[in-house]
Write a protein of this length. Structure first.
Length: 161
């Protein structure tokens, strides 16, 4: 099995029958976090994200609901998820969503809502900076002085030569 990213709050989802992507809004729990270094911002998406678990609660207009020259507004109703990581069950009783998971919509059917971006963002820490090789960094970033590196919590401050 190849490695798959865990889906977190803020992941981008798209419906094959809609026109506009929307962000996953994890509300089924407040316990398990991933991605951010403090473990307090990115809740793990689970199979318990049901109903309308999206920030804007729509994918625009629904191609399955034509109204003459246009379409009715999309009102997704997620009834389940396929392709979740089933080896782990979280406290809310759900399994972890991966970037290959697809939602089942009551209107559009199975597998039409896919995850186009898992929502994780690379966030370097002080340990990453401490473990970086200064010679390699000097080759990759010749304008940056990596001997004077400091992490502030808001990001890493690196002085420029």
């Amino acid at each position: 099995m190849s490695e798959k990213h865990i889906v977190v709050h803020g992941a981008i989802c798209e419906c094959q029958q809609g026109f506009v992507p929307d962000m996953l809004n994890v509300t089924s729990h407040k316990n398990e976090y991933a991605n951010d270094k403090d473990g307090s911002k990115k809740l793990v998406g689970t199979t318990m994200e049901l109903g309308t678990p999206f920030k804007n609660k729509t994918f625009g207009q629904c191609k399955l609901q034509p109204t003459g020259s246009s379409y009715k507004p999309c009102q997704p109703i997620i009834t389940g998820w396929d392709g979740a990581y089933e080896d782990v069950t979280l406290k809310n009783g759900g399994n972890i969503l991966t970037e290959d998971s697809k939602a089942i919509c009551a209107i559009a059917g199975s597998g039409v809502v896919k995850i186009s971006n898992h929502g994780q963002i690379s966030e370097p820490s002080q340990q990453n900076m401490d473990n970086s090789d200064e010679d390699t960094q000097a080759q990759l970033n010749p304008m940056v002085n990596f001997t004077n590196k400091k992490h502030t919590g808001e990001g890493i401050i690196i002085s420029v030569k």
